[in-house]
Design a protein. Structure first.
Length: 267
């Protein structure tokens, strides 16, 4: 059994075969999937909930991605607070900082990040973090960790470092703050040794596996549209690093997910 802890099922890339994509995931052994509620921005944060309402093995998040941070209004936060009480919503995210694209000004990204941390704390939900630094600096990680230490660590709620791409020091800092490290298909890319280094050190009760589909398809699917069924390949790459059978690594990731989010054990 396998886990996909981060999938953008609402993406237009799945418009022609979304139902078949979901069925392929289940047929491949995926038994828990977290559908991400970013959509196209603050007006669309409920986009993952219909999947979670339809499929008992799919859960939903809600959140405003740093790309669209500039669009957030107080009314959106009120709507998100309402949505957070939906029984299938288990996290706020993905949220965080993106200094690679800077689609929203960095000061706005940080303000909106703090606002969503405040919301998550108020509704007692963990968070899903997006962190992408600029090409020449780790300043996004520095800002992110500083904000988390001040505004999030005291809650004790923890969260998930989605698609972890940091270095070992950032991995350890994340673990120290109570976060789980989640690894995506880029763990298989030749130039991603830093990701493999983090995967090799993470405690086996503190990791998830994900696709981040439709992005970051693992080898041998690199260059194609990613989909939840491909998490089996990501799991295989992780398992090789830890001298585990792929099925054992998949089971561990799944058990970690169910335990972290306090979800019912599978029959």
């Amino acid at each position: 059994m396998y886990l996909d802890s981060h999938a953008h099922l609402d993406g237009s890339q799945f418009a022609s075969d979304r139902e078949a994509t979901i069925q392929r995931a289940f047929s491949a052994g995926v038994r828990a999937l977290l559908a991400i509620g970013n959509g196209d921005g603050p007006d669309d944060v409920a986009c993952a909930i219909p999947f979670a309402e339809q499929y008992p093995w799919i859960y939903a998040s809600i959140g405003v991605h740093p790309h669209e941070a500039r669009l957030l209004t107080p009314a959106h936060l009120v709507h998100m607070e309402h949505l957070s009480h939906h029984p299938r919503v288990i996290a706020i995210g993905e949220i965080g900082l993106d200094y690679w694209y800077d689609h929203s000004p960095r000061d706005v990204q940080k303000q909106v990040f703090r606002q969503q941390l405040e919301l998550a704390a108020a509704v007692n939900l963990p968070i899903l973090i997006h962190c992408r630094p600029s090409l020449d600096s780790d300043n996004a990680w520095e800002d992110l960790l500083a904000i988390l230490r001040e505004h999030w660590a005291p809650t004790g709620l923890g969260g998930v470092m989605h698609c972890f791409t940091g270095n070992l020091a950032q991995a350890q800092a994340s673990l120290d703050l109570g976060f789980v490290l989640s690894f995506a298909g880029n763990i298989s890319y030749p130039k991603a040794q830093n990701i493999r280094d983090a995967a090799a050190m993470v405690p086996l009760n503190r990791f998830f596996l994900e696709t981040d589909c439709p992005y970051l398809a693992p080898i041998p699917h690199r260059g194609k549209r990613n989909e939840p069924a491909f998490v089996v390949e990501t799991t295989r790459h992780f398992a090789e690093l830890r001298n585990l059978a792929p099925e054992a690594a998949g089971q561990l990731a799944l058990e970690n997910f169910l335990h972290f989010f306090n979800l019912p054990a599978l029959a």
